[in-house]
Design a binder for this molecule. Structure first.
Ligand code: ADP
Length: 228
């Protein structure tokens, strides 16, 4: 079963790609942003605390994040054994604590997908989304701030997971079908998914990057499972 972390700056497509991947695999989709927005919409005290951060594009403190996300991850463990973590972890302390949590629940992640696109493309996608969805944090100033927060707090996780040999970097500055095909190929090559009907898929394109395991000469499938 796939246990995937989607790591990407705002606007790179982690929601989009998380959604089809969960439909295709039966894993649970756990969206940090959606869970936070639901808490805000509920109007709870916790939701009011969360909104003070999300409105500005600042990260919500780790304690609040864990309080909101932990029940969803535990439910995923019970119901499906797999997950697509969309927007979590976003800081090194979150990643380290999640690794411990994953080990305790025997729910360690086995893949990290890092989605990229040029910065101006990210901004323009988010401004388009603002017109469609009217999300409170999709204004130009807050978008720029979220991108800066990503560069400072979240980008270091790329090297952390890359060095563990479980990172796939994919450009999303191209047709969605190509991104999907590359992602499925990679998951299949790592034994995390069965080939879809054993057939080649439309939109197939060459893989952008596979980072080989950093240690020894074992095959990928023999690699120890990384922990989130
Ligand atoms: P985006 O990636 O476009 O910023 P999300 O819906 O994933 O959108 O997140 C929206 C906001 O929720 C973030 O700007 C941040 O304030 C908060 N948030 C989401 N995930 C986390 C997290 N793991 N840690 C802290 N804050 C988070």
């Amino acid at each position: 079963m796939v246990r995937v972390i989607m790591l990407s700056p705002p606007g790179a497509g982690k929601g989009t790609h998380s959604r089809w991947l969960t439909l295709q695999t039966g894993a649970a989709h756990i969206s940090a942003g959606d869970l936070l927005r639901a808490e805000v919409a509920r109007g709870s005290d916790l939701g009011r605390q969360v909104a003070a951060y999300t409105e500005r594009g600042d990260l919500v403190p780790d304690e609040l994040i864990f309080r909101i996300l932990a029940p969803a991850v535990v439910a995923a463990a019970r119901d499906t054994g797999g997950y697509v973590l969309d927007g979590f972890p976003r800081t090194m302390p979150q990643a380290l604590r999640a690794a411990q949590f994953g080990a305790d629940l025997a729910l360690a992640s086995n893949a990290v997908i890092y989605l990229t696109a040029p910065e101006e493309e990210l901004v323009s996608r988010l401004l388009d989304r603002a017109e469609r969805d009217g999300r409170a944090d999709d204004t130009l100033n807050v978008i720029r701030h979220r991108l800066a927060v990503f560069a400072k707090e979240t980008a270091p996780l790329v090297d952390y997971y890359r060095s563990r040999g479980i990172l796939l970097e994919l450009s999303t500055d191209r047709p969605e079908a190509e991104v999907q095909a590359d992602l499925l190929d990679w998951l299949e090559a790592r034994g995390l998914m069965l080939p879809v009907n054993g057939q080649s898929r439309p939109g197939h394109a060459e893989q952008v990057e596979i980072v080989p395991p950093s240690t020894g000469d074992k095959s990928r499938d023999d690699q120890p499972v990384e922990q989130t």
